[in-house]
Design a protein around this ligand. Structure first.
Ligand code: KIV
Length: 274
């Protein structure tokens, strides 16, 4: 495995650091977090980017889609994460319904996230259709990350989570959208669940960092939802997901032992009381 840790000692990851990483060919590692304690642990590992994703709607709140989460809830998660992070770049999803209406609403939502959470950047789904909002947010000095391919906030339009941009027409639109976002000044783009070849093409053609989730290995970096890669959400098993742990089993094992210890009067012992 190629060892390349040259950016690990930067004290704060900025959008400029990510661009340098792309330019030098060093891969970017990104994971989601939604709370202070986990964010602290992630930050101590040297992770480059922490995404406060609207996947919080699924993995934290138990909704079946990302649509119900509100701006106030995202700000709550984001401010908790920011308090635990010193080094990583913290990016926060603009939730569904807070930017699609018009660019003024989009700017107000982005400003609220930046002001009330202290995050470093926002992310929003879509290409040409959200460009006016992207422009307006960028002109207020707020860094924006795009999100193309499978865009979970539009799930009701597509009705399925299958691989996106498999036809020539869809692929051409995705490439065009990626160029538009890059030309507008976005600092990066997430590409979700698209053919690896298309991920590689966008990464070659577009100068800003491209972070994939199910977009193959030839992109500039990878992102996974923390609960999926740690094995907390076992029911979710797409092909792109590599599980690094089976935390659900570990938690159950620990809780089983605790229950036994309580019931058998083993806990607390003499040293565990006053
Ligand atoms: O909300 C989220 O976690 C995301 C990732 C899937 C990229 O947008």
């Amino acid at each position: 495995m190629k060892e390349n840790l040259s950016f690990r000692n930067v004290t704060k990851v900025t959008t400029h650091v990510l661009q340098e990483m792309k330019n030098k060919g060093e891969k970017i590692a990104m994971l989601t977090a939604y709370d202070y304690s986990i964010a602290r642990i992630l930050d101590s590992t040297g992770i480059d980017v922490i995404l406060v994703g609207d996947s919080a709607s699924n993995v934290m709140a138990g909704h079946s889609s990302t649509l119900p989460i509100t701006l106030n809830e995202m700000i709550y998660h984001a401010s908790s994460v920011v308090r635990g992070v010193k080094r990583a770049l913290v990016v926060v999803d603009l939730p569904f319904g807070t930017y699609q209406g018009n660019s003024k609403e989009a700017l107000n939502s982005a400003i609220r996230i930046m002001k009330e959470s202290g995050a470093d950047a926002v992310k929003m789904e879509g290409g040409k259709e959200v460009l006016e909002s992207v422009d307006r947010i960028l002109s207020a000095g707020i860094p924006v990350m795009g999100h193309l391919g499978l865009t979970p906030q539009s799930i009701h339009k597509f009705g399925t989570y299958v691989v996106r941009a498999t036809t020539e027409e869809e692929a051409a639109k995705l490439v065009q959208d990626a160029h538009l976002l890059s030309d507008a000044g976005c600092f990066g783009i997430v590409l979700e669940k698209i053919p690896a070849k298309l991920g590689a093409r966008v990464t070659r053609e577009v100068p800003i960092p491209i972070i994939g989730i199910g977009a193959g290995g030839k992109v500039d970096g990878q992102v996974l939802v923390l609960h999926d890669m740690l094995g907390i959400t076992l029911e979710f098993s797409p092909r792109f997901l590599r599980r690094y742990h089976n935390l659900a089993e570990e938690v159950k094992g620990a809780v089983d032992r605790y229950i036994n210890d309580v019931k058998s009067l083993d806990f607390p012992n003499e040293r565990e009381q006053y």
